[in-house]
Write a protein that binds this ligand. Sequence first.
Ligand SMILES: CC(=O)N[C@H]1[C@@H](OP(=O)(O)OP(=O)(O)OC[C@H]2O[C@@H](n3ccc(=O)[nH]c3=O)[C@H](O)[C@@H]2O)O[C@H](CO)[C@@H](O)[C@@H]1O[C@H](C)C(=O)N[C@@H](C)C(=O)N[C@H](CCC(=O)O)C(=O)O
Ligand SMILES: Nc1ncnc2c1ncn2[C@@H]1O[C@H](COP(=O)(O)OP(=O)(O)OP(=O)(O)O)[C@@H](O)[C@H]1O
Ligand SMILES: N[C@H](CCC[C@H](N)C(=O)O)C(=O)O
Ligand SMILES: [Mg+2]
Length: 486
Amino acid sequence: MKTVTQIFQQVKTISVLGNPEVEISQLTIDSRQVGPQTLFAALKGTQTDGHSYIEKAIELGASAILCQDLPEVIHPNVTYIQVSDSAESLGYASSNFYDNPSSKLKLVGITGTNGKTTTVTLLFRLFRKLGYRCGLISTVQNQIDDTIIPSTHTTPDSINLNKLLAEMVEAGCTYAFMEVSSHSVVQHRITGLSFTGAIFSNITHDHLDFHKTFDNYIKAKKGFFDMLPKTAFALVNIDDRRGSVMVQNTKASISTYSLETLATVKGRIVSDSIYGLEMEIDNKEVHFQLIGTFNAYNLMAIYGAAILLGEDKDEVLINMSSLQTAPGRFEQIVSPDTRKVGIVDYAHTPDALENVLKTIKQIKDGNQQVITIVGCGGNRDATKRPIMAKIACELSDKVILTSDNPRFEDPEEILAQMQKGVPPIDFKKTKTIIDRKEAIHFAINELSENGDIILVAGKGHETYQDIQGVKHDFDDRVIIREAFGI
Ligand SMILES: CC(=O)N[C@H]1[C@@H](OP(=O)(O)OP(=O)(O)OC[C@H]2O[C@@H](n3ccc(=O)[nH]c3=O)[C@H](O)[C@@H]2O)O[C@H](CO)[C@@H](O)[C@@H]1O[C@H](C)C(=O)N[C@@H](C)C(=O)N[C@H](CCC(=O)O)C(=O)O
Ligand SMILES: Nc1ncnc2c1ncn2[C@@H]1O[C@H](COP(=O)(O)OP(=O)(O)OP(=O)(O)O)[C@@H](O)[C@H]1O
Ligand SMILES: N[C@H](CCC[C@H](N)C(=O)O)C(=O)O
Ligand SMILES: [Mg+2]
């Protein structure tokens, strides 16, 4: 329980109407969650304006309202806090409400189009192996030591985020590793947090539905580095052409990692095969379980962060060498006769799909065919649809275009947009089967007679298919296992 004065300590306000000493027991951004002693924060969203639910929130017992525009009707028994940006102020207020948990943890965030989940998951596992209590905030799941907490977003809203961090403090965690999505920077979900370190993995085509232009998308990710204090580290993939832009205005101390040029962490791939990566990092040769050049980058980021956090180099490398891939990231399922391999991967961007297919090409036997099953999500960046179909065709022997999470879009329309990217020369090897389960079965039963590799891309760890807002049970891995008779 805290008063409005305590919650808005050091937060810039335009005006406070009503009693600032009123006691608050919960914060929410959703009028439907309001109960007594609640502070309702009215946020301007992408679909609707939270300000239009202020009256509803008060009817349900809200004691305080955080808003940008004061409503026409002012209730004498309600406290109104007017600010210039509700989402930004809520970031600071959420931290205050939960006693600034991020300042009691060593919090490391990673941003980038691809590699966030893999990197945080492996950092979390590494630091647990090194003997620390840790927290994880990721697309796949949130976790506090052994306790798994389902995740709804890559980065939760500021209230849920601080609540989760407070639970980590309560559980005695030293470290928290979290993904920082570009949405979370723009929507101030991370505003007010104290970061010990930040990592930039890469930036390529994604989320243009939300950010509108690639420049805005870059600015969103850069915003994370701009907010860091000078005590923090900023660890950047300098092989990405936007790496230096990310940190050009940061106060944090900059470190870099690279496979191509001089950097704080310089790596070299000695070999890359189905059995894993052999790499030289910091002049030491180490074998890792992970596969592919893109994972070499993730491994350098993990190593760099661990060293910047003060861990011993040799101990870090020894523990890293046994780390397994994150769920749904290049997850391999082998048929009982070992002749067929199903790979489930969360590649849902052109860059990720290209990386995964190039990796498969590199590690497969010469005569193995690669069959790719891929779709694109609805209500998400539509510009990536034809590009992903084209990449699938260029790098696979056969392609089956299928549905991902259509959400509120017509899957036939999404697939028609994907089909526009199929080069005419590849028409013959491409087939469209809307039903994803049928598509996977078709590939396994009718196409992969000779020990082929089937890549099922886009959904990775997801255990549902979102159709018209209803999440139906669906797991690519379960369907492959069933088809393999495992
Ligand atoms: C596009 C986007 O980012 N949307 C997020 C955003 O919702 P919004 O701005 O659309 O909200 P809105 O529906 O317009 O409503 C505005 C406000 O009115 C409130 N409201 C609404 C109705 C009502 O009856 N009462 C009420 O109070 C809402 O609670 C909200 O506060 O704020 C909500 C609260 O935090 C999020 O749940 C929601 O995530 C939606 C579900 C979503 O799909 N987000 C995805 C795109 C996302 O965030 N992805 C990123 C990156 C993924 C990655 O690449 O890894 C992530 O971090 O997960
Ligand atoms: N460093 C990387 N560079 C490029 N591609 C990568 C990298 N790491 C992983 N990938 C590919 O991108 C996919 C998504 O990886 P991961 O889930 O780690 O990224 P993410 O940034 O968390 O994605 P999301 O934003 O969707 O949560 C993987 O399944 C793999 O295909
Ligand atoms: N975090 C990404 C995940 C996309 C996964 C893909 N399966 C889809 O549904 O588009 C997003 O929300 O855009
Ligand atoms: Mg992720």
